[in-house]
Design a protein around this ligand. Structure first.
Ligand code: ADP
Ligand code: MG
Length: 474
């Protein structure tokens, strides 16, 4: 695997020439981000970081990841409708994790009131690494599934063209033609458009709920533009706008600033720092409404790390997906070892094992967005401190996945051109729409490959660690 592009990697002048072409191609294709200094203005923009060369991905694992995506869509949807499962699974976590507890309280309140929403839209991204097991053959192992604000479906729709051109400049036209087309933004928009249509109010809008800091706006614009092309009106609002100008009518139709909202697409609301008291009130208002939330709060909870860990217990998948033995087998094949730190003997034992051998594990809190997990010595220290306290139940433990590194260049604005040892993470976008009990759409909508230098244990593109990439199937 690491031998891919070896000839090119030994040719620095060719690399420099290709890198210059690559950066301009990225700007031309719209692989863009706003700058850190001016995250809310488009006067100055730069290219989003990306690899110079596409990275090798084993084609069998790539196909496996696509083949299991509809199963994961069904699973997430089933969890979101299973009140008892969410209640039992999150019981220990919500005692110690305030953020999950607040989400859970809204979930319960909305259920007590009775759901006004009848159309459901899920957009998720299931992320994997290629683990080199003892026999050396790589295996597809899930890192996590993101059920809220899964990003980069837009920008990654535009990176293939960049890598095609780079390969051509490097004299590899044949290889360039082998890069697969990929357009998640189209697939995500299809789901949003379907939900909008089923909501059945032609004058209603799709509302992108966005963060205060909007560096990654172009990624969202790719999806927005797909909706405008279908003559669906899109508005961008923040929690603050909803708090100040949002209301429900007698039928719980949602109005924001005088406009009826058919679909709320969250690109915000996934971490504690997104919320103050007003934002929590806005979130509750949205959840109580009839509008299609992508995701609804139950689906957000279905994406917590605690749920992921409980899914790996024998029998759980079978209970959640009765009569779907093949789907269960496909899903289970992607699971790495996951362990509960709940109070009790099971938790005591695995905590002791992890403290003794921290490099085998990753310690994960109930957080999203990168940079929260603990590894190695940090893991040992933190877990050592809380091993006898209920606080440990706010974390889960996971086997550390160890992919085979490969050489590549990570292109970042204002950074020197230098070769790095890299590992990649493959994400598959899933989209589904359910009306009442009936699934009316269930698709894999494209992929995202992110690559980072091996010295970073954690972190995605938005966290400034990983960069966009394109798979080259081998
Ligand atoms: P987040 O919700 O913060 O994105 P993730 O579970 O995706 O949390 O972890 C963040 C990053 O940490 C991943 O993108 C990956 O690089 C690394 N990571 C997570 N779990 C593992 C694991 N089990 N083995 C190796 N690396 C991991
Ligand atoms: Mg992640």
């Amino acid at each position: 695997m690491s031998a891919l592009w070896e000839d090119v990697l030994r040719d620095p002048p060719a690399i420099r020439e290709a890198a210059a072409v690559a950066v301009d191609a990225a700007l031309l294709e719209g692989v863009l981000m706003r700058t850190e200094g001016e995250p809310n203005a488009s006067d100055v923009v730069n290219y989003a970081p990306f690899t110079l060369l596409p990275s090798a991905v084993p084609s069998a694992l790539f196909e496996q990841a696509y083949a299991v995506q509809q199963d994961f869509n069904l699973l997430v949807d089933a969890i979101s409708q299973n009140r008892e499962f969410l209640e039992c699974t999150l019981a220990s976590t919500i005692k110690v994790d305030d953020f999950t507890a607040r989400l859970f309280r809204i979930h319960m309140q909305v259920l007590e009131e009775g759901l006004a929403q009848s159309v459901f839209l899920g957009i998720n991204r299931s992320d994997y690494m290629f683990d080199c097991g003892v026999d050396g053959a790589p295996a597809l192992k899930q890192i996590e599934i993101n059920t809220i604000a899964a990003s980069f479906g837009g920008l990654t729709s535009r990176t293939v063209a960049v890598h095609r051109q780079v390969l051509k400049v490097l004299g590899k036209s044949k290889e360039a033609s082998r890069l697969l087309p990929n357009n998640p933004s189209h697939g995500l928009a299809l789901g949003i458009a379907k939900a909008w249509e089923l909501y059945s109010s032609p004058s209603a809008v799709v509302m992108f709920l966005v963060e205060e800091v909007q560096r990654n706006i172009f990624d969202q614009r790719c999806v927005e533009n797909e909706l405008w092309n279908r003559n669906i009106r899109v508005i961008r609002k923040q929690f603050r706008d909803v708090f100040e100008k949002g209301s429900l009518d007698d039928a719980k139709r949602l109005y924001v600033d005088g406009q009826e909202v058919a679909v709320v697409y969250y690109r915000e609301g996934y971490v504690p720092k997104n919320y103050d008291q007003q934002n929590w009130e806005a979130r509750l208002l949205l959840e109580r409404s009839r509008a299609v939330k992508c995701p609804d709060i139950a689906t957000q909870l279905a994406g917590t790390k605690k749920v992921q860990q409980e899914l790996s217990r024998p029998g759980t998948l079978e209970r959640l997906l009765p009569g779907r033995a093949e789907a269960v087998a496909r899903i289970r094949a992607t699971f790495a070892g996951l362990y509960s730190l709940d109070v009790g003997e099971e938790g005591d034992k695995i905590a002791a094992t992890a403290i003794a051998d921290p490099d085998r594990f990753v310690l994960k809190p109930q957080r999203e967005g990168g940079g929260n997990n603990l590894y190695g010595e940090d893991l040992r220290q933190v877990l050592g401190k809380i091993r006898d306290s209920p606080e440990r139940t706010s974390y889960i433990l996971m086997d550390k996945i160890k992919p085979q590194p490969a050489m590549n260049y990570l292109l970042r604005a204002h950074s020197p051109l230098q070769v790095s040892q890299c590992i990649s993470e493959l994400g598959i976008f899933g989209v589904y729409v359910r009306q009442g009990k009936e699934m009316v759409m269930n698709k894999a909508a494209g992929h995202l490959l992110r690559t980072k230098a091996i010295e970073h244990a954690d972190g995605g593109v938005a966290a400034g660690v990983a960069v966009l990439d394109t798979p080259y199937l081998v």
